[in-house]
Design a protein around this ligand. Structure first.
Ligand SMILES: Cc1cc2nc3c(=O)[nH]c(=O)nc-3n(C[C@H](O)[C@H](O)[C@H](O)COP(=O)(O)OP(=O)(O)OC[C@H]3O[C@@H](n4cnc5c(N)ncnc54)[C@H](O)[C@@H]3O)c2cc1C
Length: 437
């Protein structure tokens, strides 16, 4: 209990879909005090990071201040700090600045990080797409290569306009479509003197299909759509090396490029290494069906940070909807425990999955039904689904304005290179000089 009061104290690590969902649900219960700790002071909307990277949305469209999201919830305290260690026995955590937070309940919802599978050079040279900072870095690089090539077209021969995306899951497929549209529709107009037609987006996937979580028909639809947009599909190939100026594939192919995006896999965020809890696939914390960790009373693990068993016993996928729903369920179980009632097993209500493949194509699968949507209908459906998941009214309104403007004008309203250092490239001393007369 909270010292000096009778309130039960719940410490939550991570203000993502899971942690924020849990905090909001607990905020409605008056007798609970919640401390929500996140290394950032904002909640980020990962499903739209690729749109920040391709200059369709501004950073502020996909991030909401945690304090703003929890405004008016007097029993929730937000602390911005990185948790370095968790001690599940005492249900406490220690942050980078040495602060210790102890709760009657500890909820770990620290999300995931990219898994590079020990691929040579990948961590150093590729651009992962799992955080707002990473999306901003990638946008800077994409805009930089166009500016550099516009000044010095010989850089195209050095791969300046080659973009390689590693991983053909939903993230890689959506990014490939958006990047191809950006090149074909926007950059071709913005850089009339540049041979934009020579730009090439390559999507590398070690499996034989794109969009693995979807049906076989959706795999084909995604492949056809991307090929129509000019994306080169390199299936059944793994990346064996990422270097500063090229990538090498398992079949020996070498692609010169300065823009390699890593969308190749996830594992639990580094806190899982220091949490002293049982771990399974992807380094994620193993939880019981009620989302608690066996042998550690009062400790819950949620969202991407945990392997959550579904009704068929297999782990649920790493999805925003799963994270959001298990956050709310955890709050319900904590309140049940406080009331001396039994916890219940988490039941995921699957509302379906959807992927947008560029501006005019989307595939949605709801139950056994598959919908291929084209043109403005695809755009409108996708927009509706994502706007519903976004947390703040302001973010929704701003995102709508950016989307509508981009869709109808075929421009990018946020195509501003405001972080030039992040995208800067050392082309070497021997980059050919052009003389402009
Ligand atoms: C590019 C991309 C596209 C996606 N697209 C979709 C989609 O279209 N549909 C869908 O359903 N899902 C999608 N997902 C998956 C979805 O975003 C995740 O499943 C969801 O974000 C998981 O929520 P979470 O709360 O578990 O983790 P997160 O949302 O990652 O939140 C974790 C939080 O923990 C914080 N944190 C981490 N470590 C620490 C620490 N040590 N100390 C303090 N704070 C910490 C982080 O700052 C973060 O705020 C996508 C994911 C990515 C990366």
């Amino acid at each position: 209990m909270d010292s000096g009061t009778t309130k039960t104290h719940v410490v939550i690590v991570g203000g993502g879909f899971a942690g924020l969902g849990c905090a909001r649900a607990l905020a409605k219960a008056g007798d609970v005090k919640v401390t929500l700790i996140d290394k950032n002071n904002y909640h980020q909307f990962q499903p739209l990071l690729y749109q920040v990277a391709t200059a369709e949305l501004a950073s502020s469209d996909v991030a909401t201040s945690l304090r703003d999201s929890l405004r008016g919830r007097a029993n929730v305290d937000v602390k911005m700090s990185e948790v370095m260690v968790a001690d599940p026995k005492s249900r406490s955590v220690t942050t980078r600045d040495g602060q210790r937070y102890q709760g009657d309940f500890l909820v770990l919802a620290a999300g995931s990080q990219p898994n590079f599978y020990n691929t040579e050079g990948a961590e150093h040279y590729s651009f992962p797409l799992y955080s707002l900072e990473q999306a901003q870095r990638l946008r800077s690089r994409v805009l930089t290569v166009f500016e550099d090539a516009d000044r010095n077209p010989s850089l195209i021969d050095k791969g300046a306009l080659n973009f390689v995306i590693i991983g053909g899951g939903p993230t890689g497929t959506e990014l490939a479509g958006a990047l191809a549209d950006m090149i074909n529709l926007t950059m071709a107009r913005e850089y009339p003197d540049l041979a934009v037609k020579r730009a090439q987006v390559s999507l590398v996937e070690h499996g034989s299909t794109l969009l693995a979580p979807f049906s076989a028909e959706a795999h084909d639809y995604a492949a056809r759509t991307l090929q129509r947009k000019g994306v080169r599909l390199l299936l059944n190939r793994a990346v064996t090396e990422v270097a500063s100026d090229h990538v090498r594939l398992s079949d020996g192919t070498v692609i010169q490029t300065r823009s390699v995006v890593w969308a190749g896999g996830l594992m639990a965020s580094p806190l899982a290494d220091n949490a002293g809890l049982p771990r399974g696939h992807g380094g994620r914390i193993e939880v019981q069906p009620d989302l608690t960790v066996a042998g550690f009373p009062g400790v819950y693990a949620l969202g991407d940070f945990a392997n959550i068993p579904g009704v068929d016993g297999r782990s649920l996928p790493q999805l925003a909807a799963v994270a959001q729903q298990c956050g709310v369920w955890t709050a319900r179980n904590i309140l049940a425990e406080i009331a001396g009632q039994p916890r219940t097993a988490f039941h995921y209500h699957d509302k379906g999955i959807m992927a947008m493949i560029g501006r005019d194509a989307a595939v949605a699968e709801i139950g056994s039904k598959r919908h291929e949507l084209d043109g403005p209908i695809a755009f409108a459906a996708w927009l509706g689904v994502h706007a519903l998941l976004m947390s703040g009214v302001r973010e929704r309104v701003e995102a709508f304005i950016d989307w509508a403007w981009n869709y109808f004008s075929k421009t990018r309203s946020v195509q501003v290179l405001d972080r030039p250092d992040e995208g800067r490239i050392d082309w070497g001393e021997h980059a050919e000089q052009n003389v402009t007369h």
